[in-house]
Design a protein around this ligand. Structure first.
Ligand SMILES: C[S@@+](CC[C@H](N)C(=O)[O-])C[C@H]1O[C@@H](n2cnc3c(N)ncnc32)[C@H](O)[C@@H]1O
Length: 447
């Protein structure tokens, strides 16, 4: 048999009563009435206050004459006042008998009433309340300990992080935006689950930062930039990438990024590959501008797409900044126009190492094609064999290895498909290097 929460009688039904534009009558003009005015006006009610002028305290006078938030009737209560269809009546007068009488009149007319200091004549109580923007926290001890209720309320309020009211306000804006993005009524469940999941995934402090991030363009917004660092020469970084590198709070780079590029950065992380994305996330949660620096172009054999998806899963949309790819800069270093009228009208860029170390599906030989292979050094023998045996490449097709292109240790070696693995051993070619295959190699080089 299923077990359910036990019923614990003796409490109050705690609700948030929407009193916007509801008609509220306050009888009395002393300090208690002044407090009631604040409570109901903060809930946007229309307030009528009945009290002769000599019964008004200074604060009530201020609300009447300065704030002008109360319609004041300058006399004592009359029974016919209740003909005005009030939604709520609050009495705050010293005359106990009259208070009870008004209370009973209200009950007879089924108007919810609160008679100050007469709990048995109260249909509802005012609670000890903490207010911060749209956030309201109310504490009730059901009349057992009003002072204690105040202390409990203060303790709860003190435990809240600063800015929580603003966060709640922005969460409201975010919910509105989500509704705009997907207004289908039938999707309200998934919509709300999405917002709930964001809060859960972000946790307490990130929710503060992220609701602000998603509803403003303020500097507090953590932003992730996926930036192409180019092939290695600091002068081959884009102006935009350089600006971001110099202004970022945190730069998280790949191990492949050459030192001379990293020297452009002020604050950077180490490069333990597996923790890189988590570090970015930590920075983002603190509202930082984070640059994820990738070698070459981030979306060309750089797992940039995977990282975009990862950040999306964590609630961030990376800003993509392209970089000069070694696929183009390395051939240029070797004076190879990857396309050239009459010689090469197509270029294929591929990898020497497929997913999980598999061999790539190399293209067939075509005399007008330039083949550019990244991550090929460790695979030179296998690649050579496939090109010669399976893909129809003539043995004398020109090739070039370009090692550390655009870096101080740059080296360029020319050969033929027949010799392409041998030269790796003979010349001790190491990664990073780009392999170029095709007739375009001979256009500007006299070999
Ligand atoms: C993981 S891929 C990254 C490619 C990068 N996203 C790009 O667009 O250049 C790494 C490979 O890029 C090539 N590479 C990167 N920088 C290079 C450089 N400076 N010189 C030669 N090859 C380079 C090498 O083939 C290396 O094995």
């Amino acid at each position: 048999m299923a077990s359910y929460a036990p019923i614990r009688p003796g409490g109050s039904l705690i609700l948030a009563w929407q009193t916007k534009n509801r008609k509220v009558l306050i009888v009395g003009g002393g300090q208690v009435a002044a407090g009631r005015i604040v409570s109901v006006k903060e809930a946007d009610a229309q307030v009528t206050l009945i009290c002769p002028e000599d019964g008004l305290c200074d604060e009530v006078k201020h609300r009447i004459h300065v704030d002008k938030v109360v319609d004041w009737v300058d006399r004592c209560f009359q029974d016919s006042d209740l003909d005005e269809n009030y939604d709520m009546v609050l009495t705050a007068i010293d005359d106990h008998e009259e208070s009870l009488r008004i209370g009973q009149l209200c009950r007879a007319r089924r108007i919810p009433v609160n008679v100050a200091d007469v709990p048995s004549m109260c249909d509802f109580y005012f609670m000890s309340q903490h207010r911060d923007g749209p956030l309201q926290i109310a504490v009730s001890t059901n009349g057992q300990g009003p002072k204690l209720a105040n202390m409990i309320r203060q303790k709860i309020a003190a435990s809240l992080p600063p800015g929580i009211g603003e966060t709640v306000r922005r969460m409201g804006i975010l919910r509105g935006k989500v509704r705009q993005w997907d207004p289908e009524i039938s999707n309200s469940g998934p919509r709300m689950r999405w917002v709930t999941k964001l809060c859960e995934d972000w946790g307490w402090s990130a929710t503060l930062v992220q609701t602000i991030a998603m509803t403003t363009n303020a500097k507090t917004t953590g932003t992730i930039y996926l930036v192409g660092g180019g092939p290695g020469d600091p002068e081959l970084i884009t102006v935009k990438a350089q600006r971001l590198l110099q202004t970022a709070d945190l730069v998280v780079s790949d191990r492949l990024i050459p030192q001379q590029v990293l020297d452009l950065v002020n604050r950077k992380s180490d490069s333990a590959q597996d923790e890189l994305l988590e570090w970015c996330l930590e920075g983002l949660k603190k509202g930082q501008q984070v640059v994820r620096l990738k070698i070459g172009d981030p979306l060309l054999f750089g797992r940039g797409g995977e990282e975009v998806l990862w950040f999306r899963d964590h609630g961030y949309e990376p800003v993509l900044v392209p970089g000069i790819s070694s696929a183009f800069s390395a051939p240029m270093v070797a004076n190879i126009p990857v396309t050239h009228r009459g010689t090469a009208d197509q270029v294929i860029i591929t990898t020497g190492r497929g997913t999980k170390g598999s061999m790539p599906d190399l293209p067939e030989y075509h005399p007008m094609r330039t083949l550019v292979v990244l991550m090929a050094v460790g695979r030179a023998t296998d690649l050579q064999q496939i090109l010669l045996s399976n893909k129809g490449y003539p043995a004398n097709t020109p090739i070039s290895w370009i090692e550390n292109a655009n870096c101080p240790e740059e080296r360029t070696i020319f050969s033929t498909v027949e010799q392409m693995a041998n030269v790796v051993d003979e010349q001790n070619i190491v990664a990073p290097a780009v392999l170029v295959v095709g007739q375009s190699i001979n256009v500007l080089n006299t070999l």
